[in-house]
Design a protein around this ligand. Structure first.
Ligand SMILES: [Zn+2]
Length: 97
């Protein structure tokens, strides 16, 4: 799957910081069930509070940051993360809570 292949209105879960336009997208992941998530990747992203996450159309995120890679292959269960301006693909690490 590539982000560029998804429909523009594809539902994307984003952290509150992205929703508020305060920070940039630093991490993108596709869960095994097909849900697409994006976050700023900072320490205060709250994965325990579903209310803190918003759903927006994918095109809004891609429009907000042209550097988000739309052509890299992102299989389910993998993530894209940005380190020093370079995006890399890696397997998702599932943490037990
Ligand atoms: Zn965040």
């Amino acid at each position: 799957m590539r982000l560029g292949d998804l429909p523009p209105n594809f539902a994307t879960y984003i952290c509150s910081h992205l929703a508020a336009g305060e920070r940039s997208v630093e991490r993108v992941w596709l869960e095994l069930d097909g849900d697409l998530w994006m976050c700023c990747g900072e320490e205060d992203d709250d994965f325990t509070d579903g209310e803190a996450w918003k759903i927006v159309g994918l095109k809004h995120l891609l429009a907000s940051d042209p550097s988000i890679p739309t052509l890299l292959d992102l299989p389910a269960g993998f993530q894209l993360s940005r380190e020093a301006k370079v995006w890399t693909v890696s397997p998702l690490i599932f943490r037990s809570t």
